[in-house]
Write a protein that binds this ligand. Structure first.
Ligand code: SME
Length: 150
């Protein structure tokens, strides 16, 4: 399923008739609608020189967490660690920001532009422990393609 989505991701990232934000929105909508256990899909980006993430395009329920300081929550930790963060069970995490009580698991993959961590893709799932290495590899692919249009 994930492999089949790759050409559709490329069709969106390579569509230069759309502004970048619309393309990112399209990727969120694609992933959220096609992957049953991706319930919320969004991008966070570093806000200029601030040590803070700002919510970008997303698909799913609106969230009040539109700004996240570096170090806070799963997203803020990835902003600092530069590493993928796969959370099979959010209740086992101390440093976690709850967006909805329905969320059981989360995965965050950083986006690098010229070696710098400039943001991330964040997926929330209502399914317990749904993410595998295949999700990590697929989302790394998405992040590499997104990095090329930023
Ligand atoms: N759960 C995230 C906050 C962002 S929401 O999932 C959209 C975190 O702990 O950083």
């Amino acid at each position: 399923m994930l492999e089949k989505l790759k050409p559709l991701v490329l069709r969106i990232t390579e569509d230069s008739s759309l502004p970048v934000d619309k393309r990112l929105e399209g990727i969120c909508a694609l992933l959220q609608s096609r992957i049953p256990y991706y319930d919320w899909v969004g991008f966070y980006f570093r806000d200029g020189d601030l040590e803070e993430l700002k919510l970008g395009p997303y698909a799913g329920e609106p969230t009040e967490h539109t700004r996240i300081p570096f170090g806070k929550g799963i997203c803020g930790q990835v902003a600092v660690s530069n590493r993928n963060f796969v959370v099979p069970d959010v209740t086992a995490q101390d440093n976690y920001i709850a967006c909805s009580l329905n969320v059981r698991a989360e995965i965050v993959i950083p986006i690098f532009v010229q070696g710098e961590n400039i943001g991330q893709i964040d997926i929330d799932s209502h399914t317990p422990d749904p993410f595998s290495e295949a999700d990590e590899a697929f989302l790394e692919f998405v992040c590499r393609e997104v990095a090329q249009i930023l």
